[in-house]
Unconditional design. Structure first.
Lengths: 394, 377
């Protein structure tokens, strides 16, 4: 008896984004014939994305937005595909010119994407050109989660967070990195936390801008900060939790509509930009139309509404009481993040907390909302690991 | 015979637009989860969408819909669409039947005919009802109210329709799903007018002492909690951010179809086979009604209003109440649980059928309604 042959290609192939003209034309046709629901009966966003706002967004998507502009921005970064665990993983990989650069893998969440990190790549890889210090140089790896963006969509179940984390280990190994660090928010923080819990050889530490650090049992007596954390967490079982609940149980049911309707796909994501950024009521207060539509268009052209939502189903038994981590952990808390964790629980969960930062602005989409703050926090948060990185390399 | 314009006359352009959208459906990539385990099954949705675009003949169903006994009343400034099936003999007890989500009046027409003309279905003409089947505000041909409460609530509209518009001082009521809530509120608010109410589901008591729960009641509450966690995602979304979802469902007929067909299969006594309980034509006519009237968004309103505490909560229903529990319905409330809120005088564990009982088992349901109200005439 022989073992079944399994593709073991470790080839890293260059990749360039090039959406055919026919798909651009198809999108414009769909947008032009959008059939809208009746408008809301409230003055705010409490029923969901307001019709007038959705119409403005879609109107700009149809008439003002330039996908080719974004595509060429994206293609300025070296991108690759490599098959890991049977799936092609897409990633951006930019090596710093500084030989002492520390390798860093940045992981996005839902409805996030590699779009979030584009503004970070230059300053992290080449700090001097952006007014920083050469000593803060990173090599940057930005993968797309399985089922997201230009990564392949799983054709089997079982792509849980630990499996994604294992794929990331393989990716870093394949790129030749033996000592490296990891960063993430939202699902990216879940994956990064899982990496931290695995404590693989070579992972020196992590930075999280979402912390899964709730105690397994919420105590009865809470400080004001702890109470706020519990209240923000409750939004996910209440007002803001519909999409998580749906995608955790019936991702396919909603996937049909989102795959077929670009306006519907846009609204599904746009709502999160409204409810989870640091704004005065409108998503445009926190993010530019172009940034939002870059993200939305990436979901649309890769038809990944359904396949990305499945991450909730695959990990539906997970909790927000993260594992206790022993490796070095740096965190940055953004004031309008949901949930927003108190320092006490963060310290309880991460026994080797090497950096605790509180940003003065920003929300759940920190990388997209406040790239400069996040860049500064990643630099300072992970700085103490550099000596170790160099020693071992040498 | 028709001396008024047809209720619905979809234009050729609208029909062609629907078919073009269906043909142009962009499908999600397949995922090898066992059919329906993670939501609507791709093979079944594709099969139905294909038939909707090609074989399904809307014009036949449109003509049948237009041939139903339609009426419209203006109640408190709100137009209300309803069907009226006169009882086969004078003095028939009036009854108002209320549908739920994701349904329309169409689910209730078979039941309505049986109740109105029992002698044509092996029954006794003395059991005849005069049957009123309204469309909920925001469903099919009843427009949604343009503002949130305080406006007339649906049960208040129903009572004005029955008493003031139709002149029924004493009447009966039946409902399932959202219709069970509306029927409960009718019974609670107008005991002097309601002969009794017949329900397929019951409201939870406003408060109860956990220590007083029987084992059956605790098992039922566990069943409700499991159902909410596993099956309640749609409700969570419709309760909290209905419009976000409505953008996609208003624009994509395939998405709309998937959204509702999953419920028809899961909530019926189908054993997993949609076709065992619903013809493709029935499902697609329901979907077509939602699509052509553009009402999926407005159909979510009762969820949002209830979740926001804008709908009257049922506290104590004193009128005689029957509960018919179908084995494949979402949950099976025990009699003692219902008795905490209602004056339960009849409790029937039905032999077969699910959430769409009026369509799935019209004969069993008609018999149960008939026997219950026979004592109350």
């Amino acid at each position: 008896m022989t073992a079944p042959m399994r593709s073991t290609s470790t080839l890293v192939r260059p990749f360039t984004v090039s959406i055919p003209d026919s798909e651009l034309a198809d999108l414009l046709q769909r947008l032009a014939r959008t059939r809208w629901p009746d408008p809301e009966t409230v003055g705010d966003w409490s029923q969901g994305v307001r019709v007038e706002n959705a119409k403005s967004l879609v109107d700009y998507w149809e008439r003002g937005y330039d996908w080719r502009r974004f595509e060429s921005e994206l293609n300025r970064f070296p991108q690759f595909l490599t098959e890991i665990d049977g799936l092609d993983i897409h990633f951006i990989h930019v090596r710093s010119k500084n030989p002492d650069a520390m390798p860093l893998i940045l992981t996005h969440g839902w409805p996030g994407s590699i779009v979030e990190f584009l503004k970070l790549i230059g300053p992290l890889t080449d700090p001097v050109s952006f007014g920083g210090d050469a000593a803060d140089s990173f090599d940057v790896v930005v993968p797309s989660l399985p089922g997201f963006g230009f990564s392949q969509k799983p054709t089997e179940t079982g792509w849980t967070v630990p499996r994604i984390a294992s794929a990331w280990l393989e990716l870093m190994k394949r790129l030749g990195y033996t000592r490296w660090v990891a960063q993430g928010g939202d699902w990216g923080a879940v994956v990064t936390t899982a990496l931290g819990a695995m404590q693989p050889e070579g992972l020196l530490g992590i930075h999280l801008n979402t912390q899964y650090a709730f105690p397994a049992q919420i105590p009865d007596a809470l400080s004001p900060e702890q109470r706020y954390a519990v209240e923000t967490l409750a939004l996910y079982t209440g007002e803001l939790g519909g999409s998580n609940h749906l995608q955790g149980t019936k991702p396919e049911t909603v996937g049909f509509a989102l795959a077929d309707s670009p306006a519907g796909q846009a609204a599904w994501i746009y709502e999160k930009f409204q409810s989870k950024t640091d704004n005065h009521g409108l998503p445009e207060d926190a993010l530019s139309m172009d940034d939002m539509l870059d993200a939305i268009s990436l979901y649309w052209f890769t038809n990944s509404a359904a396949s990305s939502g499945r991450i909730y189903w695959e990990n539906r038994s997970g909790t927000l009481a993260g594992p206790k981590l022993a490796l070095p952990v740096a965190v940055t808390v953004f004031p309008k993040d949901i949930p927003r964790l108190p320092r006490s629980w963060i310290e309880d969960t991460y026994s080797n907390l090497i950096h605790y930062g509180e940003a003065n602005k920003g929300g759940h989409f920190a990388a997209l909302e406040q790239p400069e703050i996040l860049i500064s926090e990643i630099r300072s948060g992970l700085r103490t690991l550099r000596a170790q990185a160099r020693e071992v390399e040498e | 015979m028709i001396d008024h314009p047809p209720l619905i006359a979809v234009t050729d352009a609208e029909l062609e637009d629907l078919r073009a959208r269906l043909r142009a459906t962009r499908w999600p990539t397949r995922w090898p989860v066992d059919g329906w385990e993670a939501g609507a099954d791709s093979t079944e949705v594709r099969r139905l969408a294909e038939y909707w675009a090609t074989g399904y003949d809307w014009r036949t169903h449109e003509a049948r819909i237009n041939a139903l006994p339609h009426h419209t009343a203006a109640i408190g400034g709100t137009p209300v669409h309803y069907l009226r099936f006169d009882g086969e003999r004078p003095g028939a007890l009036p009854i108002i039947l209320t549908h739920g989500w994701p349904s329309t009046f169409l689910e209730l027409t078979d039941l309505a005919r049986r109740l109105a003309e029992p002698s044509k279905h092996g029954g006794d003409s003395s059991d005849a009802f005069t049957v009123v089947v309204p469309s909920l505000p925001g469903y099919a041909f009843s427009p949604q109210r343009p503002a949130l409460p305080p406006t007339l609530q649906t049960h208040e509209i129903w009572h004005r329709l029955m008493r003031d518009e139709l002149g029924f001082d004493r009447y009966a009521a039946h409902g399932g799903d959202l219709g069970a809530g509306i029927t409960s509120r009718l019974g609670e608010a107008y005991p002097e007018s309601l002969a009794g109410i017949h329900l397929l589901a019951v409201a939870a008591p406003p408060q109860y002492d956990a220590a007083s729960l029987t084992l059956d009641e605790q098992a039922y509450l566990d069943q409700v909690a499991t159902w909410s966690a596993e099956e309640g995602g749609y409700q969570h979304q419709q309760n909290t951010r209905p419009l976000t979802l409505a953008h996609a469902l208003s624009d994509s007929p395939t998405g709309l179809l998937a959204w509702i067909v999953e419920k028809y299969r899961a909530w019926s006594d189908s054993g997993g086979d949609l076709s065992s309980r619903f013809t493709d034509d029935f499902v697609l006519t329901q979907a077509s009604l939602y699509w052509f009237t553009g009402t999926i968004s407005t159909s979510f309103r009762p969820y949002y209003e209830y979740a926001r505490g804008l709908t009257r909560r049922v506290e104590k229903v004193e009128v005689p109440t029957a509960l018919a529990v179908f084995p494949a319905d979402l949950t099976q409330p025990p009699r003692s649980w219902a008795e905490r809120t209602y004056n339960i005088t009849r409790y029937t564990s039905m032999a077969r059928g699910g959430h769409f009982a009026a369509h799935e088992e019209p004969e069993l349901l008609a018999d149960d309604i008939t026997e219950f109200f026979r004592q109350l005439r």
